[in-house]
Every structure is written in C-alpha cells, then in structure tokens.
Design a protein around this ligand. Structure first.
Ligand SMILES: [Zn+2]
Ligand SMILES: [Zn+2]
Length: 343
C-alpha cells in the first residue's frame, strides 16, 4: 500500500509498504479521508516526538476492510469515523470516560501509525474502547473526519459553557476558530465576534458565517467596548498559539466572565505575564482543554450528521496522498482552512 511516512524535519516520503497485519482483536480500516491538522504541521516542521518513521494523520474516516476474529460489532464495508485517542482502559480516567487523559494515552497518527496511508490498523485497546464509530448515511467521510477537531472545540464548550445571550469573542479565525463560532451560535450566544491579524481570514470568516462580527486586531480595544456598551465580553476563547493573546485576554472580559485558553502555546513560550487581579476582582473563570473524550467525539458525529452544525464548507483544499508534501507546506504557510488527503 501507499503510505506517507515522516522521517524527520520536512522529510515525508511516499512509500510502498506492506498493508498492516491485524491481530484477532484488531480492525483494519481502508482510509477515505484524513485531514491535515496543526499537529501534523508541527511534526513536519520539528519532527514527531514518537518513533519515526511515523504515518501521521489523526482526523480520519474510512471503511472497515477486515475485522479480527475476536472483534464484535464491526463488519467489512461499514463506513466509520475513527477517534485517535485511547488509553489503558482500566485506570480511573479511562473508566470515567476520559481515556484521552490516561497516563498511558496513545493516539493514532501521533504515537502510532495513523491515517496518511491507504490502510490503517486500529490497535486492540482502541477497538475495545469504541474508537471506531459507524457513520450515519447523512455524513460524508470528510465531514466525519472533521468530527475530530470539532470535538476538541466541543470539549472546550462543555468545560467553559456558552449560554443564551452571551457575547463571545473568539481570537483566531482559522478553522478551529470558525468551529468555535459555530458552536457559540448553536449554544444561543447573542453576539459572536472574531478577531485575527489576517484581514483575509476575517473576510473568509464573514463569508462563511455572515452573522459573525469581525474585528481587525488593531481595533479590538474600542470595538469590544462599543459592541458591549462597556460591559465587555462574557467569554473569550483563544484559538491561536500566541502568548500575547493569553496575556491580554482578561482585559476584554467583563465581570463574572470566562476565559478559555484553547490553543496551546509553543514549547518554551508558555510562561506568560498575567494580571491575576483581573481574575480576582472581576471574578473570572479561566479554563483550558485539550483533545476530546470519545463521548464528545461521538456527539460531534451526531451533530454534523443531523445538519445542525456545518463543517463541509471549511474544506478548502483536497489532494491525493502523493501530494501531501505540497499540501502540508501550504497549510504551514497559513493558506486556506482545512486541507484533506483523500485516498
Ligand atoms: Zn488535530
Ligand atoms: Zn487509562
């Protein structure tokens, strides 16, 4: 089979390798769609933290090709989405539905081979934990693969809450920022705002989500006061990996407001100066989230399949596996929104 294997910094090779063998408690997936994520770009630029060569790609959907003799519930030909994170299966975190936070947590496309290949082996613990989900007829492979990043966003929503009538500001108009905007509208926010350094990205956000209010970053101070009559935001979500965004977030949030640090910061840049009196005197709630639980992943598949939350228009580029180097370079240069490898 063809596979894109990461050997090191900016070194992805398209190779012909054997189709993975599966054990009796494993499943083989024929990959149909696998999106490029910021994590894949980081691996491309810095190498992966796990053993190389690595088949990256953790936003995956496909068809069940082969099912181990001891696996129930799946059959060949079934259309499925595959959630990447799985745990040991027995610790308190795993048994409480937080396998993504298990100390032994592993992830397809991150610590074991993932979706940038024609076929992917789903290891036994991931099969047993239910990482493979049958798709409804109303969801495409591409939409299903986007349930992975959407469920990261949904995790943040569940943690920090978005309530009817809220004024919500999202910092960063990339694909993740746009997903936060859509979730905020769905949750009943009164006004939803987005800011970004890139005029181009703001224009695209407005085109895809006309009801959003776009604010160029240079005008943020006045705009936030003006739009909220001086009360400031109920919630700010940082969806960009920039330290200064976290440092300044508190000043745009009003009394009893909330702050979600969604985008992690680059290694070595995560110690930032925060005015903690803003938290104290404004009674702010500050939270962070990472990845998603399986429950959240499955909820997002349902949300997309129901048509209540659109993600298909976030796909701005599509290419076959052998063009992966070009397409990753484009994503790294900030071009477009979501780019998919179709297999
Ligand atoms: Zn991702
Ligand atoms: Zn565990």
């Amino acid at each position: 089979m063809k596979a894109a294997r990461l050997y090191g910094v900016e070194d992805i090779r398209i190779e012909d390798i054997a189709v993975p063998e599966i054990a009796e408690d494993e499943v083989l997936i024929k990959v149909k769609a696998s999106f490029i994520c910021g994590t894949d770009v980081r691996f491309y630029k810095n190498g992966s933290p796990s053993d190389q060569p690595l088949v990256a790609g953790h936003e995956i959907a496909g068809v069940v090709e082969k099912v181990g003799s001891r696996v129930g519930g799946y059959k060949p030909g079934m259309r499925v989405g595959v959630a990447p994170n799985y745990g040991c299966g027995v610790c308190d975190l795993c048994t409480s539905g937080n396998s993504h936070m298990c100390k032994e947590s592993k992830a397809l496309g991150v610590t074991v081979d993932g979706g940038f290949a024609e076929y992917m082996r789903v290891p036994a613990p991931a099969v047993a934990q239910g990482n493979i989900t049958e798709l409804e007829e109303t969801i495409s492979f591409e939409e299903a693969a986007l349930a992975e990043p959407l469920s990261c966003v949904y995790n943040a929503y569940e943690k920090i809450g978005i309530y009817p009538g809220d004024h919500v500001l999202v910092v960063g108009a990339g694909p993740i920022g746009l997903m936060h905007l859509r979730v905020a509208f769905l949750a009943g926010a009164a006004k939803v705002y987005v800011t970004d350094l890139s005029e181009e990205r703001l224009a695209l956000a407005k085109e895809l989500i006309p009801e959003v209010i776009t604010i160029p970053s240079g005008e943020l101070d006045e705009a936030v006061k003006k739009y909220t009559d001086g009360r400031l935001m109920d919630l700010i979500i940082t969806a960009a990996s920039v330290p200064v965004i976290q440092e300044t977030a508190f000043k745009y949030v009003g009394l009893n407001g909330r702050v979600m640090f969604f985008g992690g910061l680059p290694k070595g840049k995560s110690v930032v100066g925060l005015d903690t009196n803003e938290i104290h005197y404004k009674q702010l709630t500050v939270a962070g989230t990472t990845r998603q639980s399986l429950r959240q992943y499955r909820t997002c598949l349902k949300l997309i399949a129901s048509g209540r939350l659109k993600v298909s228009d976030l796909v701005t580029a599509s290419a076959p596996l052998d063009k992966i180097n070009d397409i990753i370079a484009n994503v790294a240069a900030g071009k477009g929104l979501k780019s998919v490898i179709t297999i």
